[in-house]
Design a protein around this ligand. Sequence first.
Ligand code: NAP
Length: 466
Amino acid sequence: MIGSEEQPLRVAIVGAGPSGFYAAEDLLKGKEDGMVAEVDLYDRLPTPFGLVRGGVAPDHPKIKSVIKRYEKTAKMPGFRFFGNVTIGEALKHEDLAAHYHAVIYTSGSETDRKLGIPGEDLPGSHAATEFVGWYNAHPDYADHEFDLSTERAVVIGNGNVAMDVARMLALPREELVGTDTADHAIDPMADSMIKEIVVFGRRGPAQAAFTNPELRELGELTDADCVVDASDLELDEISEAYITSDDADPTHKRNVDVLREYAATEPSGKRKKVILRFLSSPIEIKGDGKVESIVIGKNRLVQDGARVRAEDTGEREELECGLVFRSVGYTGVPVPGVPFDEKRGTIANEKGRVLAPDGKPIAGLYTAGWIKRGPSGVIGTNKKDAAETVAMLREDFAAGVVHEPANPDPVAIEELIAERDHEAVTYAGWEAIDAAETAAGEPHGRPRVKFVRIEEMLEHAKAAAK
Ligand code: NAP
């Protein structure tokens, strides 16, 4: 019987970030329903852990300690890792459907959203995600270059990614060298000429998406003052009514309190400044062959149904700058053969069950994490999200709704990958990469020195396989 010790339910999970690991853990943990599952966790990179490795800021090592939990999952019986395998390329979705009873897509939001304004493609204008990938040694950004020889950088957006970028731009060498920041990024960042980092939020201080600890960190920087103009904190009627109401999100309330503290504090004359501005939208990025300035439009807030929206007042201001980072959210990338909701940038689903264009669930096809709900929440949010998806899978299993693959033999998929002449990285291969990175970091008091090139990673993984 499928789902028994003799014939476990074979599940492929695509994307080895937090939601992939949480889904794997949930599936491999025994439950009262007695369903026995085996999990093959795929990632396009030779390395697991998704944004915990490639997104979380290097000066936030505590956040990365969640990896310990994923390492335990990887040791559970029935778990295999297939790194360096892109679904849609080395293997197609159809191949997974032919080899697994269920497939769960947990591939995250792999690309950035654009502003759609003139000048956005000028050299010097970047997606924050590119910068984050670059300083985190993500192989996709190994060859990116960031010219930090400018005095003013502008960050567009008021989320935690914007906070990470602003803070990282303000860290002095002493604080960068002890981290796992990519080797190629340490000197350019430590020697950068940036003196001012201006962060623009399109709505007001009461609507900012960043969370309290991230905002507080800006006030605790050793090398930069966090500057907020008191006039920016005179709340309009809508914001005042919201922030003083019982319905106000406590995070928003505390954000406003902290920002008021900043506005009331004189800058202490540190080398750099992080300036937070509100009710300001980018209108145009200008420059002759590279970014030289940005035109900012002043907004007012209007109530639009349940949402408070920013509306252009027509007032303009031009600010000289050499760098613009747009940090206005991520979006998902479709997988060929899997229904996609273009508008939301997610896989079409209900509670994690993937829906066909006729709105009916597709047997054996599920999704979790950012590619299911969009890019929101913190790492831990994906635990609950993955649990919901796995609960749907278990419910379907109990109801006998199981996809029957042509060849669920665990060896068959390995053979197919080999037949295609593709080199998959096993979990032991990753452990070899991990050991080499940590050994390289040790003499320098760093948690690790990350490899940036896929080839380097494969070399170490291969040596482990011998
Ligand atoms: P986010 O929290 O959704 O913030 C996006 C920001 O971009 C919002 O301020 C949004 O403003 C603004 N925006 C969107 N379109 C814009 C436009 N056209 N012009 C100007 N501004 C625009 O996204 P994120 O910062 O990318 O973060 C993604 C998720 O990861 C979040 O849940 C975040 O908390 C999490 N994260 C957490 C940490 C941490 O825990 N330390 C670190 C990084 C990321 P509106 O509000 O007006 O739409």
